[in-house]
Design a protein around this ligand. Structure first.
Ligand SMILES: Cc1cc2nc3c(=O)[nH]c(=O)nc-3n(C[C@H](O)[C@H](O)[C@H](O)COP(=O)(O)OP(=O)(O)OC[C@H]3O[C@@H](n4cnc5c(N)ncnc54)[C@H](O)[C@@H]3O)c2cc1C
Length: 582
């Protein structure tokens, strides 16, 4: 059977904010570029981002990129690489203005400037009062970014392969080492495999929140890009740091953006107390997410959850109808639709929800993927956005810093790729490039075992939530690691009922589950090894941060079916680690 083969100088996998900004940059540089996306691009998760994009424009009060940098480093619990954070905060400003010039309809101040609001962990003058730094388009900021970039890509004739699911990376093994030569993807509409030959490939495949039971992430966020890279010998960085956002709708996980608290909303326990006043006396409900999520669980554990249950209340009742409708319209709508409550009158039940992967495919500040702890790049392979780890978020990301990250490093990756493409020749396509993907599909399409992917996924998500969530312990992590081995064995015994080729979602879910299992194992192994508490990684058996032994990034690689952990140093330039107080 002949496999359709395509040839583009640049391939971008992922049609979210990171992928589209890279594709736009490449096309502006005159590089023929294709975007492959398993979702129709404007359905990518960037479209769900609500609250804002952080940039020290200083439009409504004094602000500086250095303050933004300080907050980001402190928020990261000093694990972020400070050279990368400096670039993030400096380039955030030109990025926001560029978005404005591309047509993004930001909210405006009365003088017509881009309006800004408060967000967690963003403070003024090194840790004092909260600062208005988040630029926003109501609570639809991500939607507007995605639409703006997609339109610009169409205008520039970027070629789109929608609903193409990438299964594998193709690597040329030469005498000078490995080099990226393309990808293998399945066209979901036909079930057919396609081979894409390229000089440079960018992964911008988003996060992996579907590892957990309660999550703000859409069904498609199964960490495919990270899992594919890991299988091809790229170590994954800092995967133990997974962010739980404090305000997911109770039991559903649907996000109620931090913008709610940025606009003045507060959290209350069963006694109606504003408990964040005790935890972070200066910035209270706008403390970073790791702290607020832990504080919610502490209230629940100490019997102050609402009605003795595992949730607290988000109180927006004092904001007034006008603010709710003007600044938080979608969120107000979610609360009415999903909870049958009126946010102007009723308290909203919330609990922490798995939200954001701080870890991912290790890259430098130009998007080049690093294949070892000595920072050796894999030529032709790039990553940006939530699937990548630059690392600008360290152990805990601040709200609004992901949208900046995907755009700043999406664009930088596009620039680096265009330079590389101009100077590198074409890699050859290895004859065995399709083998792994073909064997996988062959096996799954004929799988007749008794296990069901849906059952395995449910068990995985429940256990990850239970044992690798906001709080962790050695005993439960060790047990979970053993269970993961069992689930991987059970995965080999699954059976598929749907034998059709076209839009076979049962097959797709099995492929995604395989990726989640890989990532869960890396996450748990990395979390078990890190015997300290830092940012989003809270070990109850090691409650203190331990800079002497753990001020370093984890790199988890696969060797002979085992996860092998190595470490590399954190880049510290301006801010020495200190205790985090807010
Ligand atoms: C509800 C919610 C609200 C948020 N609000 C904010 C906010 O206000 N501010 C902020 O800074 N951050 C926010 N975030 C985080 C932020 O939105 C995301 O981290 C960011 O948008 C990720 O962008 P991305 O381009 O990396 O990936 P995504 O936008 O998730 O895009 C991933 C792309 O990869 C494609 N893909 C994945 N796997 C494959 C595969 N195997 N083959 C082919 N294509 C594939 C998908 O189709 C998709 O196009 C929010 C997140 C959520 C969930």
């Amino acid at each position: 059977m002949t496999i359709p083969t395509h040839r583009f100088e640049a391939l971008v996998v992922g049609g979210g904010g990171a992928g589209l900004y890279a594709a736009l940059t490449l096309s502006r540089e005159g590089i023929p570029t294709a975007v492959l996306s398993k979702l129709y691009p404007t359905r990518s998760h960037t479209g769900a981002a609500q609250g804002g994009i952080g940039a020290a424009l200083g439009n409504t009060e004094e602000d500086h990129p250095e303050w933004h940098m300080y907050d980001t480093v402190k928020g990261s619990d000093y694990l972020a690489d400070q050279d990368a954070v400096e670039i993030l905060c400096r380039e955030a400003i030109e990025t926001v203005y560029e978005l404005e010039h591309l047509g993004l309809p930001f909210n405006r101040t009365p003088e017509g400037k881009i309006d800004q609001r408060r967000f967690g962990g963003h403070t003024r003058e090194q840790g004092k009062a909260p600062v208005r730094r988040a630029c926003y388009a109501a609570d639809r900021t991500g939607h507007m970014i995605l639409q703006t970039l997609y339109q610009q890509c169409i205008r520039r004739q970027v070629r789109f392969f929608d609903e193409f699911h990438v299964l594998d990376l193709v690597l040329e093994e030469g005498s000078g080492g490995r080099r990226c030569a393309g990808v293998v993807a399945m066209d979901l509409a036909s079930g057919e495999l396609h081979l894409f030959h390229a000089q440079a490939v960018l992964f911008a495949t988003g996060g992996s929140g579907r590892m957990f039971q309660v999550t703000s992430n859409a069904h498609a966020l199964t960490g495919d890009g990270m899992a594919v890279a890991f299988r091809r010998g790229i170590p994954l960085e800092d995967m133990e740091f997974f962010q739980f956002h404090p305000t997911g709708i109770y039991k559903m996980g649907i996000l109620l953006s931090e913008a709610c608290r940025g606009e003045g909303g507060v959290l209350r326990n069963a006694l109606q107390e504003r408990f964040m006043e005790r935890v972070a006396p200066t910035i209270k409900d706008l403390a970073p997410r790791d702290m607020v999520s832990r504080a919610i669980y502490q209230e629940i554990r100490q019997g102050r959850g609402i009605g003795g249950k595992d949730y607290v209340h988000l109180d927006l009742t004092h904001l007034g109808q006008e603010t709710l409708e003007k600044k938080l319209p979608d969120i107000a709508d979610f609360v009415r639709t999903y909870m049958g409550l009126d946010p102007a009158r009723d308290l909203i039940p919330v609990q922490p929800t798995a939200h954001y992967s701080m870890g991912g495919i290790p890259t430098n500040v130009d998007g080049e993927v690093m294949q070892d702890e000595k920072d050796t790049p894999l030529p032709g392979f790039y990553a940006a956005g939530e699937c990548a780890c630059v690392s600008v978020h360290g152990a805990n990301r601040l709200g609004t810093n992901s949208l900046v990250d995907i755009l700043v490093f999406g664009r930088r990756s596009g620039m680096t790729m265009s330079r590389y493409i101009r100077h590198s020749g074409w890699p050859s396509l290895p004859s065995q490039g399709l083998d792994w993907a073909q064997a996988l599909l062959e096996r799954l399409r004929n799988a007749q075992g008794k296990e069901k992917a849906a059952t395995l996924r449910r068990e995985l998500q429940q256990e990850m939530m239970e044992s690798c969530g906001v709080f962790r312990r050695e005993q439960s992590l060790s047990l979970l690691l053993k269970k993961l081995e069992v689930w991987e064995g059970r995965f080999l015994e699954i059976g598929l009922q749907d034998r059709s080729r076209r839009f076979n979602t049962e097959l797709l879910e099995a492929i995604e589950l395989q990726n989640l299992l890989v990532l869960a194992r890396v996450t748990v192994a990395s979390a078990l090894a890190r015997t300290e508490s830092r940012g989003a990684h809270a070990r109850e058996d090691y409650p203190k941060r331990d800079d002497e032994n753990w001020l370093k990034h984890t790199l988890a690689a696969g060797e002979n079916g085992k996860v092998v952990l190595k470490y590399k140093l954190v880049v510290i330039t301006k801010f020495q680690p200190q205790e985090r107080k807010y």
